[in-house]
Design a protein around this ligand. Structure first.
Ligand code: HEC
Length: 453
């Protein structure tokens, strides 16, 4: 867990803008995708159980199709699931640099759980593919008039084993997704609530934290909405919809998808209000209300579209609902980002100031000054008015240079273009040095002082 903190350096102010942008973009791919995969992993696990119990292939097929369509593919899982999770973690490591809060470590742990969860889900998917082959073999046999239970002994054994490993990877896939998501939401919510940083020292405290529980519920409702709409979209619209669906299966899928989506939208609407009420005072701003208002508005439209589908089965509204839902998520993410920025403003100002100073020092050190002979400039241009330990026309360096605290850039700026400092002295005339020479002089003076002159 320490690795992340070591990798991160405090962000400077221009770096910060980039970080915020990066953060929003990562979440924009991560949240919709993980919401969909979360729902797919839950329902495909639940429907395999129901299917096995009821011995009804419709449910088994639905489980398989859900995984197939909604988790897309291994490489998509890596690119849109795991990588953004890591990059969000990295963003937090930078934003919270030096802060006494467990967010970064927990996020890193959540990333590992996500990686394992995805591995399990894709295994779950593979076992389904093999299972489908066996099922179609059984169909073929019964068509030929052979008893389908009459499979060769080792195929039967293999099938049992397959069932077992299928349920196992399905269950673990979901459990890992669940905990990874809980930790992810918990850690990011905590980051936006600095007043809780001292009390929440470990992940067990997440379970009794009001904001975290509300945000997690919110994510669950969001995930169910996305899942419901995605089911409708990927089964019926995308690339002309799924092939070989019987009327019975079609009806079942459509009803399940639209009911799930509609009910979740209702819950989501309520939770949006609750979330607003629960926001800490210092996180509120006009923009926060503006974006909350927008996501509420679009969500209401999504609800209406879904209701229209329920009423007269116009499946074509799904595309609009799908796109609008993406907008709802976008506004809600921008909103969360604003809340976070407001909440940790003070901390960020502190670390960026530190980083900016570091940057300047480094920059000054990088300017090559090796071809400038600072000692010579000193002897020809400065010595008339300055000594290190004696007052001449100008003040002794011993008294003035330490003020700069080793900041080469700042001292070089003065030498390059002197300003009035001390009322006890006349102003220093501009010595007409180049920037490079001024930097070399600044380095020289600081070095000389450090060497104890
Ligand atoms: C003609 C006289 C004169 C020359 C030449 C001169 N200085 Fe100065 N310098 C001054 C005076 C006068 C002050 C005090 C200015 C003030 O306090 O406003 C000063 C102040 C400074 C200070 C202190 C600034 C501060 O923040 O208090 C530094 C550092 C300095 N000079 C560096 C240099 C260097 C390096 C050179 C040679 C490149 C140089 N000076 C050449 C007259 C001179």
């Amino acid at each position: 867990m320490g690795i992340y903190e070591q990798l991160a350096i405090p962000p400077s102010s221009h770096h910060l803008e980039l970080l915020n942008f990066f953060h929003i973009v990562s979440l924009l791919v991560f949240i919709p995708f993980i919401g969909m995969v979360f729902g797919a992993s839950l329902f495909s696990y639940v429907f395999t159980l129901i299917g096995r119990r009821k011995r009804d292939n419709k449910y088994i097929r639905f489980s398989k199709d859900l995984l197939d369509k909604l988790t897309i593919s291994r490489s998509v899982g890596l690119g849109v699931g795991i990588l953004p999770a890591f990059s969000v973690t990295f963003v937090y490591a930078q934003l919270l640099y030096g802060a006494d809060v467990i967010t970064t470590g927990v996020l890193f742990f959540a990333c590992i759980l996500y990686s394992l969860g995805f591995a399990m889900l894709y295994r779950f998917k593979t076992t389904f593919q093999v299972e489908t082959i066996i099922l179609s073999m059984k169909d073929y046999m019964s068509n030929k008039g052979t008893d389908s239970e009459n499979l060769p002994e080792d195929v039967k054994k293999y099938e049992d084993k397959l069932d077992e490993s299928n349920s196992k990877s399905g269950r673990w896939g979901f459990v890992l997704m669940f905990f990874a998501t809980f930790l992810f939401i918990g850690a990011t919510t905590l980051a936006a609530n600095p007043q809780d940083w001292p009390h929440v020292g470990n992940i067990f405290a997440f379970f009794i934290n009001g904001e975290i529980l509300i945000n997690f519920l919110y994510f669950l409702a969001l995930s169910m909405t996305i899942t419901g709409i995605s089911i409708l979209f990927f089964f019926f619209i995308w690339q002309g919809g799924l092939k070989n669906m019987t009327e019975d299966y079609k009806k079942f899928v459509q009803q399940f998808g639209v009911t799930l989506a509609f009910l979740s939208v209702m819950v989501l609407l309520v939770l949006m209000f609750v979330k607003l009420i629960y926001l800490p005072q210092n996180a509120l701003s006009f923009q926060v209300f503006f974006y909350s208002g927008l996501s509420l508005l679009f969500l209401v439209i999504v609800g209406n579209l879904l209701f229209a589908i329920i009423r007269n089965a116009e499946i074509k509204y799904v595309s609009a609902a799908f796109i609008l839902m993406f907008l709802v998520i976008t506004f809600s993410i921008i909103n969360d980002e604003l809340v976070l920025a407001n909440a940790i403003k003070e901390h960020v100002v502190e670390i960026t100031a530190k980083a900016d100073e570091e940057d300047q020092k480094k920059l000054a050190a990088v300017v090559t000054t090796s071809d400038v002979n600072a000692e010579e400039i000193y002897n020809t241009k400065c010595i008339a008015c300055h000594k290190f330990d004696q007052k001449l026309v100008g003040p002794p360096y011993n008294e003035t240079v330490p003020k700069y605290n080793g900041n080469v850039q700042k001292l070089a700026d003065f030498i390059y273009s002197p300003t009035k400092v001390d009322a006890g002295y006349p102003p220093m005339p501009n010595q007409g040095l180049t920037k490079k020479e001024a930097t070399a002089m600044a380095q020289y003076l600081i070095q000389q002082l450090e060497a104890g002159k």
